[in-house]
Design a binder for this molecule. Structure first.
Ligand code: ADP
Ligand code: MG
Length: 345
């Protein structure tokens, strides 16, 4: 158990000893984890290695008044695992770098590691090292994850979408953005007017995303699944990435957007269209993939058999560039790839 005191009283090395003992369990392919100058892993001679990195910055990606340390640790790993999932890979190990103020409470920090490690254990991903530096103000969290492509699977790239492909998503859209909307207005009196049965699942979608690792790896076993991306910046933006890199366009049918009953109810309370969250809201971390039309029905059937959840077709890839929305009345309107751009807010 950790004492209730600031990080500076334990010191960097005292705290690293704690995380090594508590979260440093050794998997078979890890020769040396936390504790030396480098992690030492068994090198996979066959196949392709995936390697990614993502940073969360206080004030930009999270606010400590809206998320607790446990969920922050979970989310920091989740967004990274999601990148591996989007390539069709299986994540294996992670590195974690933290910029922290010296007076941060070690119990809170331990909760961060607990959240990180709980999600890691769920997907058999081990924390094998990292770094810790003093920050003068905001918390900075950088995670790097390694992953592998299962034998027989192919890599799901962003630039391989083909005209005629179905555009599919692996879960209901806009949940995380709607959850954030609730969190942001919670401070105000509106909070009480949103029943917990609606707010709960939406807030959880925002704070505790579940990376679609099994789903990505399943899709990567079919050569007819051409391209994929994880939904981090919003459907419009992420589909636009696929289209622009594949030199194609696409349309989304509004009536096909998977919307949960909670988001529909919240949309009524707020008097705004739920489809706006679905199209432009980020951080759902489901996968968007494109699938050859001929194989689509078969893959869709096998997917729902495997996961007991639907794979949602929402539109098609077209030769003509540009992204369009087919409205309820059948009209075709252009969709601006609005989403999050760090340097052009
Ligand atoms: P170095 O002096 O080589 O930078 P450190 O003192 O920073 O080493 O780290 C000591 C050990 O603790 C290393 O094995 C490192 O990978 C691990 N470590 C440091 N920070 C973290 C962290 N945030 N999460 C996991 N392991 C960490
Ligand atoms: Mg160091």
């Amino acid at each position: 158990m950790l004492p209730d005191k600031p990080l500076k009283s334990l010191g960097e090395f005292g705290f690293i000893d704690h995380i090594r003992q508590t979260y440093g369990t050794q998997k078979a392919d890890v020769i040396q984890g936390i504790g030396d100058d480098c992690a030492v892993l068994t090198y996979q001679e066959k196949g392709k290695l995936l390697w990614s990195m993502d940073t969360l910055l206080e004030g930009i990606h999270f606010r400590l008044d809206l998320i607790d340390f446990y969920l922050l640790g979970w989310k920091a790993l989740a967004v990274n695992l999601s990148d591996i999932a989007a390539m069709g890979g299986i994540p294996t190990q992670a590195l974690l770098s933290l910029g922290l103020q010296a007076d941060i409470d070690v119990k809170a920090l331990d909760l961060f590691f607990k959240g990180f490690s709980d999600l890691g254990q769920k997907h058999d991903v081990q924390l094998v090292g990292g770094d810790m530096v003093r920050s003068t103000s905001d918390i900075m969290i950088t995670v790097s994850v390694l992953g592998l492509i299962k034998e027989g699977n192919h890599v799901l790239y962003r630039n391989k979408a083909q005209p005629g492909d179905w555009i599919v998503v692996t879960g209901p859209l806009g949940q995380a953005a709607a959850g954030l909307d609730i969190l942001l207005t919670q401070a105000q009196e509106e909070r009480s007017s949103i029943p917990q049965s609606i707010a709960g699942p939406l807030i959880q979608a925002h704070n505790q995303p579940c990376p679609a690792i099994e789903e990505g790896s399943f899709l990567a076993s079919f050569p007819q699944v051409h391209a994929a991306i994880d939904l981090s910046d919003g459907l419009a933006q992420d589909l636009w990435q696929i289209c622009r890199l594949s030199n194609v366009g696409g349309y989304i049918e509004k009536t096909r957007l998977p919307l949960s009953s909670e988001i529909k109810k919240l949309a009524k309370y707020r008097r705004i269209p739920a489809a706006d969250w679905a199209l432009f809201g980020g951080e759902d971390y489901h996968l968007l993939a494109t699938i050859e039309a001929k194989a689509f029905e078969d893959i869709q059937a096998r997917y729902s058999e495997r996961f007991q959840r639907p794979l949602y077709p929402i539109g098609r890839i077209t030769e003509e560039e540009g992204i369009f929305l087919i409205t309820d009345s059948g009209e075709r309107t252009p969709v601006k790839p609005a989403g999050y751009d760090h340097f052009q807010p």
